[in-house]
Design a protein around this ligand. Sequence first.
Ligand SMILES: [Fe+2]
Ligand SMILES: [Fe+2]
Length: 281
Amino acid sequence: MSDNQFKVLFFGDITGRPGRLAVRSYLSSIKPEDKPDFVIANVENASHGFGLTKKNYDELLSYGIDCFTSGNHIWDKKDIFEYIADDKVLVRPLNYPEQTPGTGCRIFEKSGKKIAVLNVLGQVFMPPVNSPLEVLIQKIEEIRTWVDYILVDFHGEATAEKIAIGRYLSEHGITFFAGTHTHVQTADEKIVNGMAYITDAGFCGSINSVIGMDYETSIKRFLTALPVRYEVASADEIQVNAVEVVFDAGFAVSIKRINVCYKNAGDDIVLLSETGGVYEG
Ligand SMILES: [Fe+2]
Ligand SMILES: [Fe+2]
């Protein structure tokens, strides 16, 4: 990587303790020469699968994560309403009503670059919110002349919505579009008009699970149609789903999809497999 390049690492939804453990293992395994300039993680499920407690907020910050993005589950732990007013790193969806606490856009400065991070909720199969496109375009127009890179975590269910809006945003100054929310990593990383794109970054958490949650409780919901309480699945085998993007001279030049699996043997976290793909534009 040349001196002028800027590397961003983005983790898909961290889900419960298995997810926090996997992210900690991954970050501590990166060699000094490979360290990213800026680290982002979606944290909407980081505390027992729902929301983010202050304790886990502090824990994740201590791992070296610079920015937290979120989604519909960010409100699930009541702690959020105590820390969100003073918080400096969390981004909640921008297309909530104006009176919703928190902010949907933050500007960071790292390695001499200004990075804007935005987060929106999709509108297809999601709780009702304002148009993500309208608020994004308005915000981009405000900031694009004075920031180096604009990153969007698009938290949505429908792939077509993310693909269409992603391409549109690539024509309007966005340099990194990462989908989140489904917890299933898509193998469609690419660079479109100088913007790094993936429909969904996936999730960090338990491998033997239903998108991070315990199989037994998940299947009971389908068998009975009752609101059975979800439990986070076991941390025996854990995964990191992430993407790493390299930028140069204002544009994305590569996007690497990361899927790393570990065996958790108590004090010992052992690497099981490492797969993914790289797209260079
Ligand atoms: Fe999630
Ligand atoms: Fe979500």
